[in-house]
Write a protein that binds this ligand. Sequence first.
Ligand SMILES: CC(C)(COP(=O)(O)OP(=O)(O)OC[C@H]1O[C@@H](n2cnc3c(N)ncnc32)[C@H](O)[C@@H]1OP(=O)(O)O)[C@@H](O)C(=O)NCCC(=O)NCCS
Length: 183
Amino acid sequence: MTAIDLSLARSLDAFRLADVVFRPETAEDAAAIDAIHDVTFGPGRYARTAFRIREGHAADGPTSLVAVYRGDVVGSVRLTAIAVGDTPALLLGPLAVLPALKNLGVGKALMRLSLEAARQRGHRLVVLVGDLPYYRPFGFGPVPAGRVILPGPVDPARLLWAELVPGASAGVGGSVRATGPTA
Ligand SMILES: CC(C)(COP(=O)(O)OP(=O)(O)OC[C@H]1O[C@@H](n2cnc3c(N)ncnc32)[C@H](O)[C@@H]1OP(=O)(O)O)[C@@H](O)C(=O)NCCC(=O)NCCS
């Protein structure tokens, strides 16, 4: 357990999702987010294909959100600007919530709010690598085989996308590369 977990454990009985503040990530949040990634994904995260796409590129500011509870960052979702072939899109991930606050709605709220921010900013398509049962309620479904090519191995059943605008995935295909500013 991290120090942050211990302080949270004392206040969990009183936890209310309404007390969580969701806001765009800032540079000052980086260390706290890294600590959450460390505890949720471990060092293996650096070898993941999605990590390789994002590596060296800044997350998309307006859509990458943190969840803050009693002054501590307890959850984070990052989105990164990508192109699939020639089509602009966002790559969603990592999504992570501190284990002490698991299954209390923080992850779902981060998903809902970040996708809403993406939609408002005119983004049309979001791609991710993750568990379909978790992401399906947000509009994600499997990418048809061979349509999206990642720079490394990925379980095809976990390669998902969601249209923020109906029809946004029509005709889209090709290799994925990050297009945002370098970090
Ligand atoms: C996955 C994660 C982000 C979910 O966030 P959370 O705040 O704990 O969960 P939420 O409260 O938003 O959602 C809980 C619901 O999702 C379900 N759920 C959680 N993880 C799931 C998964 N991998 N697959 C399917 N369902 C899942 C729970 O069973 C629960 O279902 P219920 O609402 O029917 O009870 C969080 O548990 C986490 O950080 N896990 C480790 C990192 C990770 O796996 N990230 C996702 C990468 S794909």
